[in-house]
Design a protein around this ligand. Structure first.
Ligand SMILES: *Cc1c(COP(=O)(O)O)cnc(C)c1O
Length: 369
């Protein structure tokens, strides 16, 4: 192979968007309002238009988005939050930080998203929220989850959409599929900044107000604190970078879709590989393109020796992590999560990946297996 294969190609993206990104950064340097400058609200308005959620609140990271959402709902010690064990640690971390208990239910083995049919049995009088994750860029079965939540006294539903900004479900955008949606602008996410950033979406005005206050130390006006908050603002420079990238985002989503379709088509001929499955009513933004293979660790070693970068999202379900074993509740069998954790491999995926690179990757995977 002549050129190095990138897992995510942020350099190609910057080369393409250099002028607009640089101009946006320069404008911030010129006005000097580094905290809560005009780009913050400008970005929020554009993201409201994009998702059709009434309110967007930018925050300092995806993790902070989830934390602030739970704080706005008044989550406290003793409360239970139903979620998936097969996710990035932040999903459960914020629950435990508030003294609440993550209640883990199993996933669907093909989409790797929470199995909505198992949620109802996990609900108790202490259930304060349901937090599905739209893993790998594909929305969870949000309508089904919303229906269950409504049947049990309107339990709030928070979509952890950190990997799925730009995806859709029955024609609606991820982040606006339930009462609250949270996303991340970590550089490797589908829409990324050049540091940490995130956003919360809701169409509930009272919740939005609470979230805006919590983001700035719980202040209702300067130095008047009506509630406990955090230092959770997204800086103006990072908002400016997302604004620049947003101009090209539709094109990027289209490129990702094409790349995902190409992978799926090419993998149709490779034995012993389970390619990712996307439900008919959803469009994945391919935050990750994650296949399942037998003898995963041996396959990883071989791919490494062939110069194919890979990642494992995620090797250990959260209920098996030492930090969470004692603080979670397990609702039913988590067998699918265990099996999938031993089989997943994420492959290079970004808007600039070409058919030749993808063919080379597929060939290497076939050989490695
Ligand atoms: C990335 C991620 C987060 C956290 O986002 P940060 O911006 O890195 O804090 C939360 N949940 C999931 C599922 C993620 O992938």
């Amino acid at each position: 192979m002549t050129t190095k294969i990138e897992f995510i190609d942020l350099k190609a993206q910057y080369a393409d968007l250099k002028e607009v990104i640089n101009a946006r950064i320069q404008r911030v340097l010129d006005h000097g309002q580094y905290i809560m400058g005009p780009e913050v609200r400008e970005l929020e308005e554009k993201l409201e238009a994009y998702t059709e959620a009434k309110h967007c609140i930018t925050v300092s990271s995806g993790t902070e988005a989830l934390l602030i959402a739970l704080m706005a709902l008044g989550v406290k010690p003793g409360d239970e939050i139903i979620t998936t064990p097969f996710t990035f640690v932040a999903t459960a971390e914020v629950i435990v930080l508030l003294g609440a208990t993550p209640v883990f239910v199993d996933i669907e083995p093909d989409t790797c998203n929470i199995d909505a049919s198992l949620i109802e049995a996990a609900i108790t009088p202490n259930t304060k929220a349901i937090m599905p994750v739209s893993l790998y860029g594909q929305p969870a079965d949000m309508d089904e989850i919303n229906t269950i939540a409504a049947r049990h006294g309107n339990i709030p539903v928070i979509e952890d959409a950190a990997q799925s900004f730009g995806a859709s479900y029955k024609g609606k955008k991820s982040c606006n599929l339930s009462g609250i949606g949270c996303t991340s602008f970590f550089p490797s996410k589908p829409l990324g900044c050049y540091g940490d950033g995130g956003a919360i979406f809701t169409s509930d005005g009272d919740l939005a107000q609470a979230m805006r206050e919590i983001r700035v130390h719980g202040q209702s006006k300067r130095y008047y604190h009506s509630r406990i908050g955090v230092g959770g603002r997204m800086d103006t420079l990072q908002c400016a970078i997302v604004l620049a990238k947003l101009e090209r985002f539709d094109w990027e989503v289209n490129q990702r879709t094409k790349a995902g379709d190409r992978y799926l088509e090419l993998f149709g001929t490779v034995k012993s590989v389970n390619p990712p499955v996307v439900r008919q009513d959803r469009v994945s933004v391919w935050g990750q393109f994650t296949i399942q293979v037998p003898n995963r660790d041996a396959v990883l070693d071989k791919l490494k020796s062939m110069g194919i970068p890979t990642a494992v999202h995620y090797p250990v379900p959260l209920n098996r992590q030492p930090a969470y074993q004692a603080s979670c509740r397990i609702a039913g069998s988590l067998d699918n999560s265990d099996v999938v954790a031993s089989r997943v491999v994420s492959l290079p995926m970004h808007p600039y990946i070409g058919i030749d690179t993808q063919s080379a990757i597929i060939q290497s995977v076939a050989e490695a297996i």
